[in-house]
Unconditional design. Structure first.
Lengths: 113, 117
């Protein structure tokens, strides 16, 4: 079993839809959870950062962590064509280095106008 | 510069040739990382530099891969005797410090797209 599992998609939705992107993980030591957005032929950029469990909201984006289920989600409200990208989840145990960051394979999202 | 700069953006090379990929991190960032992203795969950690400390090479897939960082700034990733399975995007990233924390974001470059034919 991979440490981090993420459905590769593609996930196709119409503009304005609510999008749910998810990752599951097996390492109970993970405490830092991140979502990166990667546009085609670009490097990943940090979208959301969450420590431990709970929800975090930033504009149209909400990151949710359920440590008991080892499950994290990224919700996008009122999705826009400009949200079309690959979304990577990443996670790390506490106080570790970015060199130990574990990434999911990414989910490709396509938002059609 | 404002962000992490990588060159070349694209590189097509013949099998067996050596390639060098360059990374110029954000000014002031002491930590520098190289990752590899193959088609359909996640980001794979290759090597990490922190200041003047010995690099963490634990992610390098074979002895054909090496990297150096001169003067604590620019880094070069070298792949010797390239193979077709080396075809991937090589991403460089930098951060102020090495620890995962809310105030210490890792910034990625746009990558060097390597194709070995």
């Amino acid at each position: 079993q991979k440490e981090v599992e993420q459905d590769p998609g593609p996930l196709s939705v119409p503009e304005g839809a609510i999008v749910s992107l998810n990752c599951t993980y097996s390492n109970s030591a993970f405490q830092y959870f991140m979502w990166y957005r990667q546009y085609s032929r670009k490097g990943p950029e940090l979208l959301m950062y969450t420590y431990s469990s709970g929800n975090k909201e930033d504009g149209r984006f909400t990151a949710q962590v359920d440590k008991s289920s080892k499950y994290i989600s990224l919700f996008i409200r009122d999705s826009q064509p400009s949200d079309s990208a690959t979304y990577l989840c990443a996670m790390s145990a506490k106080n570790l280095r970015y060199s130990t960051l574990t990434f999911g394979k990414g989910t490709m999202l396509l938002v059609s106008p | 510069g404002a962000g992490v700069s990588q060159s070349p953006s694209n590189k097509v090379t013949e099998k067996g040739k050596d390639v060098e990929l360059r990374c110029d991190p954000i000014s002031g960032h002491t930590a520098l990382y190289w990752y590899r992203q193959s088609l359909g795969q996640g980001l794979e950690f290759l090597i990490y530099f922190q200041g003047n400390s010995a690099p963490d090479k634990s992610g390098l897939p074979s002895d054909r891969f090496s990297a150096e960082r001169t003067g604590g700034s620019v880094s070069t990733l070298t792949i010797q005797r390239t193979q077709q399975e080396d075809s991937a995007v090589y991403l460089c990233a930098s951060s102020l410090g090495s620890s995962v924390s809310l105030g210490n974001t890792i910034y990625f470059g746009e990558g060097s797209w390597l194709t070995v034919v």
